[in-house]
Write a protein that binds this ligand. Structure first.
Ligand code: F6R
Length: 265
């Protein structure tokens, strides 16, 4: 695991964008998996800036959404489809046929999920999967108890995940959805590279458990310990409970000198 610690969110996202740009230089038709949520917002706005500065052209890039709330239309302001339009798609030159989203309103859930998996395979697989982490250790909406063999499917949300969404949905006069469609843990682990982003003190405990604790389905993000190419981008607060923090910083310094690490393509 490449655990990278930065003094603030700006430096962290700049470094994550650099990694994506390096990959893009080598593979202009990159396949990206995209998480929604608070954490990657700045990464997406920095990618938009990189596009405006002509450092990246998205015309050949393919993107897959990591998850979507069950029941929401793509026009619902809290759907992830809407989030991606607002934060990324409306501002760059992705081709509509290269955007793959999970349909929260599909009536044929199993068929839809299987089709989604087949589209990932058809593009040659995800090169870089961007992830955030939930306070209960979920990645995507793979809640605790999700099998490491799980694939894209419908997942019931835990009360704590719904509670985290409560304020946003309440502002719309709605209750948070009870379910979501999500790529499974096995789907995520098949990505060639994974970028996990975490910022803020509230993520510190779960980050140290996920990266340094036992591998268990009780903490879905711990499965990332099994993946050969994970890049964890943390700010000081999210890194504050890591036991081997000094060693990670030491490695980061050496890697910087050696111009490592690089993504596997
Ligand atoms: C979002 C997703 C979730 C979030 C996680 C953290 O697509 O799959 O796993 O990444 O809940 O959310 P934030 O970033 O809002 O703290």
């Amino acid at each position: 695991m490449n655990i990278l610690i930065f003094s603030d969110e700006q430096q962290l996202t700049e470094a994550a964008v650099q990694l994506i740009l390096q990959a893009y230089e080598r593979k202009p038709n990159l396949v990206l998996g995209l998480a929604a949520g608070r954490t990657p917002r700045r990464l997406y706005s920095d990618l938009v800036r990189a596009y405006q500065e002509k450092k990246i052209d998205f015309s050949l890039v393919r993107v897959f959404a990591l998850d979507e709330f069950r029941g929401l239309s793509p026009n619902h302001p809290l759907s992830f489809a809407y989030y991606f339009k607002e934060n990324l798609f409306n501002h760059i030159n992705l081709r509509p046929e290269n955007i793959f989203l999970l349909n929260g309103q599909t009536e044929k859930i199993d068929d839809h999920c299987r089709f989604y998996e087949s589209m990932i395979l058809q593009t040659g697989g995800i090169d870089i999967q961007i992830l955030g982490i939930g306070l209960n250790g979920h990645i995507g909406f793979n809640e605790p108890g999700s099998s490491f063999g799980s694939r894209t499917r419908l997942q019931i949300l835990t009360p704590e995940t719904r509670a985290n969404q409560q304020a946003l949905f309440q502002a719309q006069g709605e209750d948070p959805p009870t379910m979501a469609l999500t790529m499974g843990l096995a789907t995520i682990l098949e990505a060639r590279n994974i970028i996990l982003l975490a910022t803020g003190e509230d993520k510190a405990a779960i980050i140290s458990q996920a990266l340094e604790g036992p591998i268990t389905i009780s903490l879905p993000a711990s499965c990332l310990q099994l993946h050969p190419s994970v890049f964890v981008f943390l700010d000081e607060l999210a890194a504050s409970q890591l036991k081997r923090k000094a060693f990670y910083l030491y490695c980061q310094e050496i890697n910087k000198r050696e111009k490592l690490p690089i993504v596997i393509l």
